[in-house]
Design a protein around this ligand. Structure first.
Ligand SMILES: Nc1ncnc2c1ncn2[C@@H]1O[C@H](COP(=O)(O)OP(=O)(O)OP(=O)(O)O)[C@@H](O)[C@H]1O
Length: 429
């Protein structure tokens, strides 16, 4: 089955030369939306009227309050390919999947689809909440193209896969989000689609179900099903997809191997928004009367050569350099560093104190540097905040609460939740 979705476009979009392996071909697709509901309705009526009188819509021009949710996006999906789709919130990922599945039309460009598409775009996609699970299976699978006989034949398998035997005759609105996701996924895979579009639905469901889904996806892929997977979790993309595309504010930034795309995306995330310092925080110096004897003057990370690092890289050596001003000799100094993840909901990820490391630091008057050496940075890519304090016993001498820094990914660590420092050895016996 071949479906082409051309749209009210003024320009001719050339279709790529026929390639039997290409199941989805997206050519110069743009889609605009309007943030203002009233205007949006007005524009809708205006467009319909223009179509009815046979006029030409100015699809490429933005009217007031409109913006491009997708802007001139082109790529191809081949038979058996698993393509990841990454991008920040609002980047246009769902809009792209909705256009490919035929739910909405592009303003310009064209989408060419060859085969049966199963879209899993929202939780319990396509389910009617007041119908039972059983009724929804029939409704959903027939919309996706199966005959009643075919659905009957697969019915048991669907329930078995979704593991919702007890709830099959209860209305879907009584299902938990995980149950609705299971049913949606079960329906979609049992129609044996040529193209499966998955938008974050694998994020719900327990680990066992996720494993089952991944196993099934691998089987489908072996049989030639192509799929697109949207996920905010890079590990999901790297586990499932060989290639990926990166959307940013509706623009296609990169289309490449999954690993390269995730690296680019993560590096962008590290650099965006809250990445606050250029790697160095310098604090105003205190006079002796204001000081409690030892003050933090600056905080930064440096590499093994003593050069300032603007950001750390997972798996690479670095040290935290705390420059201090001491007005007198102080022994038993305890330096503490508490690191929280800004990308992971302010979660505390690391707490280090020189005391707990059995280091009794002695500081002589003058400028000193205190180094906290890290043979390898074990933090995963992301943005972090650290609180740094200096104490002697219970007495706080100085502290700085918001030294922010970013950690960049490296090729070997993108797939992991933490970096494991290691060396290798061959023992000849
Ligand atoms: N029907 C609509 N009317 C107006 N704006 C819309 C509509 N649908 C989507 N948008 C806007 O289009 C942009 C892209 O939305 P989309 O849902 O495609 O992003 P996304 O990348 O899937 O985001 P997320 O990761 O948060 O799901 C967003 O700014 C969104 O607010």
């Amino acid at each position: 089955m071949t479906r082409t979705i051309p749209e009210s476009t003024d320009k001719e979009i050339p279709i790529q030369p026929d390639d039997n392996d290409v199941v989805v071909s997206v050519d110069g697709v743009s889609k605009k939306f309007c943030r203002d509901l009233k205007r949006s309705l007005f524009y809708g009526v205006q467009d319909i009227t223009t179509d009815l009188v046979g006029g030409r819509r100015k699809s490429e021009v933005l009217r007031p309050h409109e913006f491009w949710a997708l802007n001139d996006v082109s790529f191809q999906l081949r038979r058996g390919e698993a393509l990841g789709l990454v991008g920040a919130n609002g980047a246009g990922k769902s809009t792209l999947l909705r256009i490919i599945s035929g739910l909405i039309k592009p303003d310009s460009g064209s989408v060419r689809v060859r085969g049966r598409v199963a879209p899993l775009i929202a939780l319990g996609a396509g389910f009617n909440p007041i119908l039972t699970g059983r009724e929804n299976i029939y409704a959903n699978m027939s919309i996706l193209g199966l005959s009643t006989q075919e659905i009957k034949a697969k019915f048991e398998e669907v329930i078995e896969f979704a593991e919702i035997w007890d709830a099959i005759d209860a209305p879907v609105q009584t299902y938990s989000s995980g149950m609705a996701a299971r049913l949606g996924f079960a329906c979609a895979i049992h129609i044996e689609p040529e193209i499966l579009l998955i938008d974050e639905v694998l994020a719900v469901g327990d680990i066992q179900f996720k494993m089952k889904c991944h196993h099934r996806l691998a089987q489908l892929q072996e049989n030639g099903t192509a799929f697109m997977l949207v996920s905010h979790n890079p590990y999901n993309i790297l586990n499932v997809c060989e290639s990926a595309i990166y959307l940013k504010r509706g623009n296609l930034i990169l289309s490449d191997e999954a690993e390269a795309v995730i690296q680019h995306y993560e590096a962008d995330l590290c650099l965006a928004g809250t990445s606050p310092t250029s790697g160095l925080v310098v604090l105003p110096e205190k006079s002796e009367t204001e000081s409690l004897g030892l003050d933090i003057v600056s905080i930064c990370f440096k590499n093994e050569q003593g050069q300032l690092l603007e950001m750390l890289r997972t798996g690479e050596p670095a040290y935290l350099c705390l420059t201090c001003q001491a007005f007198r000799f102080i022994d038993n100094v305890n330096v503490g560093i508490v690191i929280t993840s800004l990308s992971g909901g302010d979660q505390r990820v690391l707490s280090i104190t020189s005391d707990l490391d059995n280091e009794c630091l002695e500081i002589h008057p003058g400028k000193v540097e205190i180094h906290m050496q890290m043979p390898y940075c074990g933090l995963i890519p992301g943005k972090y905040n650290s609180k740094v304090y200096i104490r002697r016993g219970v007495m706080s001498l100085d502290k700085y609460k918001s030294f922010r820094f970013a950690v960049e990914p490296s090729k070997t660590t993108s797939r992991c939740l933490f970096y494991q420092p290691r060396t290798w050895q061959v023992v000849q016996k």
